[in-house]
Design a protein around this ligand. Structure first.
Ligand SMILES: Cc1cc2nc3c(=O)[nH]c(=O)nc-3n(C[C@H](O)[C@H](O)[C@H](O)COP(=O)(O)OP(=O)(O)OC[C@H]3O[C@@H](n4cnc5c(N)ncnc54)[C@H](O)[C@@H]3O)c2cc1C
Length: 1011
């Protein structure tokens, strides 16, 4: 294709396009109306925009006029009164007082609902069908999208599917009354295109779909989609699978292929797939799809869009430590759009193109490329969103015969989420529509080729394609440069979308399984020590499977280990801080290089699901990297005071031999965190892993050994708590005890450590992280789409065996029934089984005795409240049913005692005051959560919800090193927060040296080294 000629055509066509638009304004931007004024204010005032969009988000949940008024005041009238723009055109606002506020609130709601209605074609099938008929009369075809809440459970997925079936019934009935569009023959639009066209959300097809389990997800989604597609085919219609968030991209493509190649449908070609081209990965996906279509002899149809989740994908990637998966400058996306459109047009014999853009340049590029490539009219069409840019769509229809509008249908509540996506899109600086209709950028500029824009602005360098290599490589290994490590960065979280990540995990499981049953010796004073007594560590999902055989320490080996640690102390204490930090960073590098292996051991020995296990190892690496840097910070002496003739030097020294008593629930992360802190601060360590996870404990030894720690500095001492716990805690040479575990054991350690031995050189310090009875409050305006899955994950993630787990959910009366219904349906949908199968959301608890204790609590729950859900569990293995008990108040023991298993108490609170009082009404103060969209309630919780880690509008587990320092107070523990700036201080004693630098009245000029 002659590029210069193409450009000239695009320019010409574009100018014609703009001339047809003329001065017309889309209703969204028309300042003669309320909506236009409000949009204008959003674009001029970012703060107002944030408040407004947040308010729109909460609006559907405000069911009473009081709550509506309260929220309007909270969101908008912090200073004096509701911003003028919101009152614009509303009668009676001048009156003032309560009545006026009520009128104003009602009017604002009405106006916002009207705004939503501009994007939603109808709320009921009959209204929708009628409006579609009108659109068709104007010459537009349609694709209908059924709006819905997030699909959290299988019944919700069924209801979504049932809604589509109902729509299809209404459409089938109506279509005979719709004359075909265009000049073709027969009932088909333009002679070849089905009149009924629907778009479906893949995430609504299966509530448990997840990137980590693509095969299972595709299977389950296809199961639900097949009857819908069958019905579509019966009606002679077309079905397009939308593309949503990146995490489900490959699952969605898999679903498309699965359905397209299904023997039942191979001969029915009316199946389309949306591809989001703002992701560089999508071009590769497109190429593969085209190859596949050709190979299989299956014509396909692709709706090419730029993508609606740009901000979301950027933020998620940033939080997970991934390279940005989307282009970072819009011309890159525009260019990819044109490249991909051309590719499809060149393969028009196997792929039909639907161009989904409101960008005149992009659209004209497609038109002109199609013309120059002689692509027949029936092989491409143009699509636009209903309610966006009416003048654009009219001009489009004037210039091309085939225009289809994407029409959302359904209720207002889910419609609000859709509205926000559209408003975000339209108010973004990058938006073509905004640039055209609001900024008034001149046509020539708007029609400029994306490549030329990139060259002109030099923006290309910022795109992820060029950053990819640098970003994808792990942080530079600090091993060679302990002098100057870079800033701390969290270890990237696993991106399960990547096949190589999933395959590596599956391979690691196989590899680890082949090493089951080995014997693990103690490690004392740099030597491996075998003992006669050996204990088996088993797979909790199959207790007959021995993961490893662990040599068991006795009181005499405690003596040897403490002696070895004591002997190594002076040398280690005097090792320069940067060198000690260097060992930690070497250990981090070792752990990073074996990340999958280390995770796989946890899946088997601790029963941790893939994501949970992988994140545990990430956290361990974070602790190593973070504490190394923290110690470098704390290792430089500080000079205090600036008084002539005096130097005050403050610095730290280690406490001495440290006993680290670790739990099984974060068998590497917490072990590693406590040990790394002790070590880098200059202490030597005797480490007792939990009896249930001593093989994982041994992996910590392996990592530290690889780092080359000197002999005796770290001693691995597995053994029974009842045998070696007391000798270790009470040993006179042990100066510090770092413990994480239950409150009972923690308090016992504190008591025993307080008894001083005559030969004891130090008063022992105990750092004890203990339990929690953590509550999440669900306010009456909470977003249940977010709250329900977050509560489930917090309560049942890793079987509820986290000290941070949610064990009480306190729900306000107004949303109680709805919340409980959705919670129960979602809980019932969660598959339970061995953690090694990534399809399972919950696995076995750690041991037979844990199971027994938890089951006793389930019985107690039955007596104290109403057990509203008790799941089935697989046979064999230490499984406990996922249990939800309602009618619980703070007076009940299940609301007070830590259960450490998958038991969730649901409490119905009268109002927010009561919810907050109940949340605080336990002896513990570890984590807490609040789901609320009331700024005032959130503010109040910051102050009055007294826990160590409070999470607003997210789940209450999963603290991240350096971002959410973790730990509580009251009976939840003593000590400063792990993964935070105060943690290392506990492992050291501060010292201060003061020198009088004056001799006979003479003061050296530079008495203060820091000056
Ligand atoms: C019929 C139809 C169906 C659709 N179906 C889907 C779907 O299934 N899934 C989906 O995700 N979206 C879908 N969309 C929405 C679509 O993604 C957006 O409407 C579209 O991206 C807006 O692009 P534009 O060409 O109209 O506007 P433009 O203003 O030209 O482009 C805006 C787009 O550029 C991208 N962008 C914005 N900022 C940047 C940046 N800094 N760097 C790089 N790129 C940037 C974003 O994708 C943004 O949406 C659909 C749209 C239509 C018309």
């Amino acid at each position: 294709m002659d590029r210069r000629r193409l450009e000239a055509h695009i320019r010409e066509r574009g100018l014609e396009f703009f001339s047809r638009i003329g001065d017309a304004q889309p209703s969204l931007f028309n300042k003669d109306w309320w909506t236009g004024r409000v949009m204008d204010a959003c674009m001029r005032n970012e703060e107002f925009k944030v408040q407004l969009f947040r308010f729109i988000d909460v609006l559907p949940s405000l069911s009473t006029s009081d709550s509506l008024r309260r929220h309007i005041e909270e969101y908008f009238s912090r200073e004096e009164s509701v911003p003028g723009v919101l009152k614009w055109g509303i009668k009676g606002v001048g009156l003032g007082g309560r009545l006026a506020m009520r009128m104003l609130s009602g009017a604002i709601r009405k106006n916002l609902e009207m705004m939503a209605k501009t994007f939603i074609i109808g709320e009921t099938p009959s209204a929708t069908v009628e409006r579609l008929g009108d659109l068709r009369k104007q010459g537009y075809a349609f694709t209908l999208d059924q709006l819905g809440e997030a699909t959290l459970s299988e019944p919700e997925a069924d209801r979504y599917a049932a809604g589509i079936h109902a729509l299809l019934d209404a459409l089938s009935e109506a279509q005979s009354g719709w004359p075909a569009l265009g000049e073709g023959e027969g009932a088909l639009d333009w002679g070849d295109s089905p009149r009924i066209n629907i778009s479906i959300k893949p995430s609504a097809m299966y509530s448990q779909a997840k990137a980590v389990d693509p095969a299972g997800s595709v299977e389950a989604m296809a199961e639900r989609l097949k009857p819908i597609y069958r019905r579509v085919a019966e009606a002679g219609g077309f079905l397009c699978i939308d593309m949503e968030k990146r995490a489900l991209k490959d699952v969605t493509i898999g679903l498309y292929r699965r359905l397209r190649s299904d023997p039942e449908f191979r001969d029915y070609p009316h199946l389309g797939l949306a591809l989001q081209i703002y992701m560089p990965e999508s071009e590769r996906d497109l190429e593969r799809l085209l190859e596949w279509a050709r190979r299989e002899g299956l014509p396909i149809s692709v709706r090419l869009v730029k993508g609606a989740y740009w901000d979301y994908e950027s933020v998620v990637a940033d939080q997970a430590g991934w390279p940005v998966p989307v282009y970072t400058v819009r011309p890159e996306t525009d260019l990819a759009f044109e490249r991909s459109a051309e590719l499809i047009l060149r393969h028009h014999d196997v792929c039909h193109l639907a161009s989904g853009s409101h960008n005149v340049r992009s659209v004209c590029a497609v038109m002109e490329m199609a013309r120059l490539l002689d692509v027949p009219q029936d092989r491409y069409e143009f699509q636009a969103l209903y309610g966006m840019a009416e003048p654009f769509r009219q001009a489009l229809l004037d210039l091309t015969p085939r225009v289809r509008l994407y029409c959302p249908h359904g209720e207002m509540l889910p419609g609000m989420a859709y509205l926000i996506r559209r408003l975000l899109e339209n108010t973004a600086n990058e938006s073509f529509l905004r640039q055209t209709f609001v900024e008034g950028v001149e046509a020539e500029r708007l029609l400029e080729a994306p490549q030329a824009v990139l060259e002109r602005t030099g923006a290309q360098a910022a795109s992820p394609a060029s950053d990819e290599a640098a970003e994808a490589s792990p942080a530079p290994s600090p091993a060679g440069e302990p002098e100057a490590p870079g800033p701390f960065r969290n270890e990237p979280h696993p991106d399960w979308l990547l096949p190589e990540v999933r395959q590596a995990y599956a391979r690691a499981l196989e590899g680890v399984r082949s090493r089951f049953g080995r014997t693990y010796p103690l490690h004392v004073g740099g030597e491996d020590v075998e003992t006669d007594e050996v204990a088996d560590s088993v797979n909790p999902a199959r207790p007959e499977e021995v993961v490893g055989r662990i040599c068991q320490a006795g009181p005499e080996t405690v003596e040897q280990a403490v002696a070895a640690a004591d002997a190594a102390l002076p040398g280690w204490r005097d090792t320069p801080v940067r060198e000690r930090a260097g060992y930690l960073m070497q250990a981090a590098a070792a752990a990073r290089s074996r990340l999958y292996d280390l995770s796989a051991w946890q899946t088997f020995e601790a029963g941790k699901q893939w994501p949970e296990a992988y994140l545990d190892v990430c956290e361990a690496i974070d602790f190593l990297e973070y504490y190394a840097r923290e110690m470098i910070r704390l290792g430089s002496p500080r000079y205090l005071g600036e008084v002539a003739g005096e130097v005050n030097e403050c610095f730290y020294q280690p406490k001495g031999v440290s006993a680290v008593l670790a739990p099984w629930n974060f068998p590497l992360a917490i072990s590693c965190g406590m040990c790394a802190a002790a070590l880098v601060a200059g202490n030597t360590v005797v480490y007792k892993p939990s009896g249930q996870t001593s093989v994982v404990g041994h992996t910590l030894l392996q990592v530290l050994r690889e780092a080359g720690l000197p002999a005796g500095v770290f001693n691995y001492l597995p053994g029974r708590g009842s045998v070696i716990g007391d000798p270790l805690v009470q040993h006179p040479r042990v100066s510090l005890i770092a413990f994480t575990g239950s409150m009972e054991v923690g308090l016992e350690i504190i008591r025993k450590a307080g008894r001083t031995h005559p030969d004891q050189p130090n008063v022992k310090r105990v750092i004890a992280e203990m339990g929690g009875k953590n509550a999440i409050i669900v306010d009456d305006d909470a977003d249940l789409d977010v709250a329900v899955p977050a509560v489930l994950k917090s309560a049942f993630g890793y079987q509820g065996q986290k000290c941070s787990a949610c064990s009480r959910v306190i729900v306000l009366e107004a949303v109680y029934e709805r919340f409980l219904e959705r919670l129960l349906e979602a809980a019932r949908s969660m598959p339970i089984g061995p953690a090694e199968d990534p399809a399972n959301a919950m696995g076995p608890v750690i041991s037979a005795s844990a199971r027994k204790t938890i089951l006793e609590y389930v019985e107690m729950a039955r007596r104290e409240g109403t057990v509203v859900y008790e799941s089935d569990v697989p046979a064999g293995g230490y499984y406990v049913p996922m249990t939800i008990v309602s009618d619980i108040t703070p007076a009940h023991r299940v609301a007070q005692e830590e259960i450490f298993g998958p038991v969730l108490a649901v409490m119905r609170a009268r109002d927010f005051d009561q919810a907050l009082a109940w949340a605080n009404a336990t002896r513990f103060a570890l984590t807490g959560g609040v789901f609320s969209r009331s700024p005032d309630h959130l503010k109040r919780c910051r102050r009055e919800f007294r826990v160590g880690n409070l999470y607003l509008n997210r789940g209450c587990t999963g603290a991240i090193v350096g971002r959410q320092p973790f730990g509580g107070f009251r009976m939840s523990g003593v000590g400063s927060k792990a993964g935070g700036p105060d943690y290392l201080l506990q492992f050291m004693d501060p010292r201060c040296v003061t020198e009088n630098t004056m001799r006979r009245g003479f003061v050296p000029p530079q008495e203060h080294p820091a000056l």
